[in-house]
Design a binder for this molecule. Sequence first.
Ligand SMILES: CC(C)(COP(=O)(O)OP(=O)(O)OC[C@H]1O[C@@H](n2cnc3c(N)ncnc32)[C@H](O)[C@@H]1OP(=O)(O)O)[C@@H](O)C(=O)NCCC(=O)NCCS
Length: 227
Amino acid sequence: MIDWLLARSATGLEAGWLHPQERREARRFCDPRRRGQYLLGRHAAKQLIAARARRLGQKAPAPCALRIERTGAGWPRALGADGEPLNLCLSISHSGDLALVAIDASADGAIGADCERVEPRSASFSADYFTARERALIAGIDPAIGASLLWCLKEAALKALRCGLRRDTRTVELRALGSTGADGWRPAEIALAEGGTLEARWRLLDRGRLCAALARAGAQAPRSSST
Ligand SMILES: CC(C)(COP(=O)(O)OP(=O)(O)OC[C@H]1O[C@@H](n2cnc3c(N)ncnc32)[C@H](O)[C@@H]1OP(=O)(O)O)[C@@H](O)C(=O)NCCC(=O)NCCS
């Protein structure tokens, strides 16, 4: 199951929760906005990891003992106090002063989370990044929501594949959008150019101003729960 959290603004975060390596990394950001995003994403990830441990009746790890590392390819992973990767996968996304973070402790696969402001995208943007089939699929939806959810689902899928925008966005193609599920997330099916599909979910948050998507590369569809 994917646990997720939408967190707002890094200002006012209590001190002492950063791992020394994260503190060093945070100092390297020249842009305060980007530094704030880095901090907020890590803070939210540690909250999710602690909440999951408590739910399982385990002792929550001290936040400063956990490290959310950026791997060489950019995708994040959580390291425990012993410096070894925790047995879970993690994804982070930022939009302004909001961060969407998701963790999944399933044994296999990787996850992707993305959040995007709901806003119109130009015809040239759609032509460059969406396939004709996708443009037809979202044609009946409010244009700002349709384009935002499609972009959001693609970024979540590309993160779950751990390649990000190094890969052509048209090689992960939205094939189907389902109706609302019991948990508020709507299912979506994404086909990979190399064969196979990837299950995803999307929903609006922040009073309809933000589109959020979760995707999982692996066997199971992403059931989700908020913390
Ligand atoms: C991953 C990527 C799609 C994120 O795009 P974005 O919308 O700008 O940013 P978001 O806020 O949604 O996501 C940022 C988070 O994605 C995660 N991320 C970065 N690279 C990732 C990858 N290859 N796979 C999965 N997740 C990745 C990081 O956790 C990052 O947050 P952090 O730096 O605070 O830890 C984009 O940065 C990318 O494609 N990067 C790799 C290729 C690249 O550098 N291309 C240059 C632009 S084409």
